[in-house]
Write a protein that binds this ligand. Sequence first.
Ligand SMILES: [Mg+2]
Length: 246
Amino acid sequence: MSIQVKWVGIDFGQTLCDSSPERTYWMIGDTSKELGQPELIDVRCHRWRVLKERYGSWVAIKEGHRDEIASFVFDDHPDAMATFSIMEQKYTKVADGAMDAIKYLKEQGIEISVVAELKRTFGPIGTDQVSRFLINQNIIDYFNELITPQGSVNLRDGYVDLKYKGSSKETGDLYDILAGDLLERGIKPSEAVIMGDKEWSDITPAQKRGFKAIQYIGFTYRAPSNAEFTIRHFSELKNILTGVKG
Ligand SMILES: [Mg+2]
């Protein structure tokens, strides 16, 4: 069974972006070398494990306690976070099969955007973690927009729209705004699909606004959902999504 859609919104962390937690040790190692402190790699990796036990997961630290990476892991070294961000980019990859799937969607005439839970810096293209990733991975041309709770940016012309600021995927008001935006362009929520890993922020709140939903469990399987589809690999998108002809 497949569904016809005009628009796909893909979540970033643990969906489009493969950010397996093990890679963090390489990031800490390379950052320490770059700072000229290779002798501190072991102690910093240990501190990282301490942080992980304290907050539960890599994602929780990255999204909620990033300042402690600077202060606790890297002893407030003034250059640490700039270097760490570069290493993050180096070790973060597009999910397996995502490139082919994205090309397929474009051939079908389906528009693709990123719907990310960005909690920090947001502004012109290339100033935030997500658009930098899209540029570095050479895939930014496939995407129309980056939509986040900090605002949205049109990846074609760079136009920044702040009406999303303060909204959230979890409470779902981000999807209310998105549904309105798409309707203005002739796309009904039922012709749009949200793909992501988290039941409580990517799936259920989007479905409540009439979007279709795909739960991606390639990296994590946090909670089952009533998503229309649950997939393990991006290649499965070819079987479940087709464009709207004519
Ligand atoms: Mg996610």
